[in-house]
Ligand binder design. Structure first.
Ligand code: NI
Length: 160
């Protein structure tokens, strides 16, 4: 049989600048309680804004978080980012602090945050991003229910 070059090398050879970025994603889940309530406003405003999500004694969700890292695969390992490592980072930065907790009360990095899906995605980004040292954090997608999800692509960067 003729000797064949590995697929990645052939693909790289086909593109003059080498291969572009490849995004890798890890999904984790956790269960938590929350209450949507903005203490700057009264009961009626909160009831209008959040409906039953403002109920005083909280309610729960099965949250799903998908975190995507983007980068060029390392020529030696073939990995954009080691998914085993990403699993451990998400366990430490999101699952351990949030699983089976009340997000309004129990999570230090959510102190003072109204735990909407949007705000959670932004807060999770801030916890995860400093731990991604190869490639870059591309997206935090958070499902609050199977049909409702938000995506966050990171802070605005200053125009140069
Ligand atoms: Ni809710």
């Amino acid at each position: 049989m003729p000797k064949r070059r590995p697929v990645a090398k052939r693909a790289a050879a086909a593109a003059p600048g080498g291969p572009g970025p490849v995004r890798v994603t890890r999904r984790v889940h956790f269960n938590a309680a929350h209450r949507l309530y903005n203490p700057a406003f009264g009961k009626d405003w909160n009831r209008r804004q959040y409906g039953p999500c403002a109920n005083p004694n909280s309610h729960g969700h099965n949250y799903v978080v998908e975190v995507t890292v983007s980068g060029r695969p390392d020529p030696d390992s073939g990995f954009t980012f080691d998914l085993g490592k990403l699993k451990r980072i998400l366990q430490r930065s999101v699952v351990d602090p949030c699983d089976h907790r009340n997000l309004n009360e129990d999570v230090p990095f959510l102190k003072g945050v109204i735990p909407t899906a949007e705000n959670l995605a932004v807060a999770f980004w801030a916890e995860i991003a400093p731990r991604i040292r190869t490639g870059r954090l591309h997206c935090v997608r958070l499902y609050e229910t199977p049909r409702n999800f938000v995506e966050y692509f990171g802070p605005e960067t200053d125009p140069e």
